[in-house]
Design a protein around this ligand. Structure first.
Ligand SMILES: Cc1ncc(COP(=O)(O)O)c(C=O)c1O
Length: 456
């Protein structure tokens, strides 16, 4: 298994050929899942005592299994938050794997961590956070949000008054599901401001004023969103920052999806106030064109994260010794052993320069405006609200929820597009609507038009 032989060399060439084909493909199939029983019937037993051989396994992958995955970078994949990693970043993901780097401690991962930090400095510079702010790459937005919530909670509990209290966080209905899920992991309660529209400083003020004495004592953090997943709405970050500062609350901004747009001049002003955050989540695997998985958590005062997350163990003492001195990413988030997952982003940034990133993000925003205009011009569809960032919510006039579901499956089955329905909160309940989210700069006006026409 660990020997070098002709089979290994041939397999390496096969893998490289596959990678080159995939990287240079311009007509990637969108791919669709099959039931597990169907896949099992197609591929049979793959893990056996003697092994089925690399050639056979790879053939099964190419013939059946790869086709049962959705290519998230397909230009007509506009569901959820799609992705569109740069080819340079994908290539360097291979290099990252081939280099066998342990990315937890400087002593082992110095060169890789150095590159990650170069990329991180650029991301931090986009936020406008003060000197001293810094961050680390995580497995995604969920892990970044959890790392930030735990840091905030530990900081709050430094004060003995709160040692035995269960913490409470305020966020909005529009906040991502991971905030609610991670609050559960951190064993803190969540209070939702019941609107899916922009959360304002006034909303927050009123919510705090409505708390009981004990709830107010338990409140330690506010989570605002810098681009809601459903609608691309950016909360009133300045107003929320003001309230947080006055009330001495930790201010976290979840910009996992929207954070990439910090580089776009056309919308940067909407993020004003983010520079006053205590922590920020930004996912490079969303709008910074990194391959999965790559999130990031940034702290105004990284030393607070270190107090919360730094692991102790006799076997780890060497990493903290003077001789092993350097930046240890493990100290700032929940994970110990970690891939240097910021490395593909660094290479792509170094190769292309940040201007190209600006252009690619601006293109996503432009596509959103194009989609909005097409929807206004077509009689069978209408906008649910003005598009925000790169999200468009629209309805097919006369459709019931099941029509949207059926249409989604039909388009996916045909290998034409993947656009999924969502729900939009109204004053009297929820309306099922359709949603576009643009990330891939290769999506065309024609793609959008064809998708809208398929709703006729
Ligand atoms: C605003 C927001 N926060 C957090 C997340 C979770 O990120 P991840 O899926 O990388 O864990 C998402 C994912 O779409 C998101 O849109």
């Amino acid at each position: 298994m660990h020997k070098i032989d002709i089979e290994l060399v041939e397999m390496t060439l096969d893998v490289m050929k596959y990678t080159i084909d995939r990287l240079t493909a311009t007509n990637t199939k969108i791919g669709k899942p099959k039931k597990e029983e169907e896949l099992k019937a197609l591929v049979g037993e793959t893990v056996t005592k003697a092994g089925i051989g690399g050639e056979v396994a790879f053939k099964l992958w190419k013939k059946y299994l790869m086709k049962a995955t959705v290519s998230i970078d397909h230009p007509r994949h506009l569901a959820f938050v799609p992705a569109s990693p740069t080819r340079a970043a994908i290539m360097f993901d291979l290099v990252t794997s081939a280099s066998s780097i342990h990315g937890a401690y400087w002593m082992e991962g110095a060169g890789g961590i150095f590159c990650e930090n170069e990329a991180m400095r650029w991301i931090v510079s986009l936020t406008g956070l003060p000197d001293g702010a810094f961050g680390v790459f995580t497995s995604g937005g969920t892990a970044a949000n959890l790392s930030a919530i735990v840091t905030a909670r530990e900081y709050w509990r430094k004060d003995d008054t709160y040692k035995r209290e269960k913490g409470l966080i305020i966020t909005s209905f529009g906040a991502h599901s991971s905030i609610k899920a991670m609050a559960k992991v951190a064993d803190v309660d969540i209070l939702l401001v019941e609107s899916e529209e922009k959360l304002t400083g006034d909303d927050l003020r009123k919510t705090i004023d409505g708390l009981t004495f004990h709830q107010r004592k338990r409140l330690f953090a506010v989570v605002a969103t810098g681009g809601t997943t459903n609608a691309g709405i950016i909360d009133d970050l300045t107003g929320i920052a003001e309230v947080c500062e006055k009330e001495k609350l930790w201010f976290h901004v979840d910009a996992a999806y929207g954070g990439g747009a910090l580089i776009a001049d056309s919308v940067r002003h909407l993020f004003n106030g983010i520079e006053r955050a205590d922590s920020i989540t930004i996912d490079p695997h969303k709008w910074m064109f990194s391959p999965y998985d790559c999130g990031a958590v940034i702290y105004k005062k990284p030393e607070l994260a270190k107090e919360a997350h730094s692991q102790e163990g006799s076997y780890l003492d060497i990493f903290k010794d003077e001789g092993a001195h350097g930046f240890n990413p493990t100290d700032y988030q929940i994970q110990l052993t970690r891939r240097v997952r910021g490395l593909p982003l660094w290479f792509s940034l170094a190769m292309h320069g940040t201007d190209k990133y600006k252009q690619a993000v601006e293109r996503g925003i432009e596509l959103t405006q194009i989609a909005g205009k097409l929807i206004e011009d077509m009689p069978h569809v209408e906008l649910v609200r003005e598009p925000n960032l790169s999200c468009v919510l629209y309805r097919r006039i006369g459709w019931k929820p099941e029509d949207y579901t059926h249409w989604t499956y039909e388009n996916h089955k045909k290998g034409f597009a993947l656009v999924t329905p969502t729900k939009w909160k109204t004053t009297d309940g929820f309306e099922t609507v359709s949603r576009f989210c643009f990330i891939n700069p290769d999506t065309t006006k024609q793609d959008i038009k064809a998708i809208l026409e398929s709703m006729k």
